[in-house]
Design a protein around this ligand. Structure first.
Ligand code: AMP
Ligand code: GLY
Length: 417
């Protein structure tokens, strides 16, 4: 396993439940993953270092958590060395690595997405924004860890953001039409031709309750989505996932791994906001909390082009909710080094580690998002109550979390435009 977040902890936990797994290692890992897999301090975006580690531990399968190693070609290097890898090639990872590339793929595949214009010249971009109606959506073209997007209704602020993006040499800004409607994260497994969607989830990106404050890597999530009309997953599979996987294969860059469609449920149907080339965090924590099918066999089937042989996925009945506990100061300058303690947990709750490390006998915070407290329940209300009772068992000085994860869905307040 490559990565060190709650997503990787959730993946390791699900992999550990698969009886075909005999051992796991994780690079670089955190204090939580270390309970399941030995940690190796390897730079995960260094293809040669990852291949050397995989050979040293005789890995049968390497699962890549984050996007940066994929864009850096880690999956290519592993496959060239004859090691099975769950994760796309660098060329296929461009579906996340470049927003303009993703737009071209969608255009060629006939997939619905926001109209977009691409700029390298700041004055041309400013003129375009001035002629467009609000709200304005401006994106930096490359990987930006959630910080490369501006959505707002003030044209001068949007122009300033675009000028900032374009001040870096060789940079590209994408200006998009605003998509209205609730967002859905839909993950799909792909072996390059067969596509198997997982349960739909929703994440919460802003730091504060009521979607206030700055963007984060994600403050919580829930799955499945009680408000999503029946048939939506099948529709997205037919109209988005399958055409994109076919288009990637047609281009000679088949997509193997996890294709993550970020969708807006607009008045004219589901439209793509973005693709990611890996499991999303924190949605993975809730999706995997409900998956009963042995995960290692599924990921290996993707890596070896045999996903068509996997039967239908088995899911636990009910729902799952995760609440992220962040360090003081996150998403600005998070405090590090404070001790993290977890008391007795209610039934059905798992504490997944993100920014933690071991210091002597104690676990201390070492990153912005510290823990992802995840609960399954018979329904969304029960899962939510359990998750928040789990949060109550956490002690971290200055720790903060949203109190409204999955609340609007429990109260039936989400509607489609
Ligand atoms: P991205 O990095 O493309 O995922 O964008 C981050 C967030 O910005 C998304 O999850 C949306 O909440 C918002 N966003 C991005 N593009 C659009 C759009 N075209 N219309 C409305 N909201 C958007
Ligand atoms: N949940 C957002 C992401 O993983 O990018």
């Amino acid at each position: 396993m490559l990565g060190s977040g709650a997503r990787e902890h959730a993946l390791l936990l699900a992999l550990s439940r698969d009886l075909s797994v005999t051992g796991m290692v994780c690079a670089p890992g955190n204090a939580g993953t270390a309970q399941l897999a030995e940690s190796y301090p390897v730079a995960v975006d260094d293809p040669a270092a990852v291949v050397a580690l995989a050979q040293e531990v005789a890995a049968d399968l390497v699962v890549v958590g984050p996007e940066v190693p994929l864009v850096a070609g880690v999956a290519d290097a592993l496959r060239d060395a004859g090691i099975a890898c769950f994760g796309p090639s660098a060329a296929a990872a461009q579906i996340e690595g470049s927003k303009s590339f993703a737009k071209q793929v969608m255009r060629d595949a006939g997939v619905a997405t926001a109209d977009a214009a691409v700029f390298t010249d700041a004055d041309a971009c400013a003129a375009h924004l001035r002629s467009a109606p609000p709200p304005y959506v401006v994106k930096a073209d490359g990987l930006a860890a959630g910080k490369g997007v501006h959505v707002g209704s003030h044209v001068e602020v949007a122009i300033a953001f675009a000028r900032d993006v374009l001040s870096a040499p060789g940079s590209v800004a994408v200006v998009e039409a605003y998509l209205d409607g609730p967002e859905v994260s839909l993950f799909a497994l792909s072996d390059g031709s067969t596509v198997v969607p997982l349960l739909p989830a929703q994440d919460f990106k802003r730091v504060g309750d009521g979607d206030q404050g700055p963007n984060t890597g994600g403050m919580g999530a829930y799955a499945p989505l009680p408000w999503l009309p029946d048939g939506t997953v099948a529709q997205v599979q037919r109209e988005v996932l399958q055409p994109v996987v076919e288009e990637m294969a047609r281009r000679g860059t088949p997509f193997t791994g996890l294709l993550y469609a970020g969708l807006a449920m607009t008045s004219s149907g589901p439209q793509v906001i973005e693709f990611n080339c890996r499991f999303g965090d924190p949605e993975t924590q809730v999706v995997l909390a409900l998956l009963e099918t042995p995960l290692a066999q599924l990921l290996l089937a993707c890596a070896t082009g045999r996903l068509d042989e996997a039967g239908p996925l088995q899911w636990r009945e009910g729902s799952a909710v995760t609440v992220v506990v962040a360090a003081e100061g996150y998403p600005g300058a998070p405090a590090a080094g404070d001790p993290v303690e977890v008391g007795a947990l209610p039934e059905g709750v798992q504490v997944l580690h993100a920014g933690t490390r071991r210091e002597g006998g104690a676990v201390v915070a070492s990153g912005g998002r510290v823990l992802s407290v995840t609960a399954a329940g018979d329904d969304l209300r029960q899962a939510r109550e359990r998750a928040y009772r789990g949060v109550d068992a956490v002690s971290l000085r200055g720790g903060h979390w949203r109190t409204d994860i999955a609340l609007a869905a429990v109260e039936g307040r989400i509607s489609l435009p």
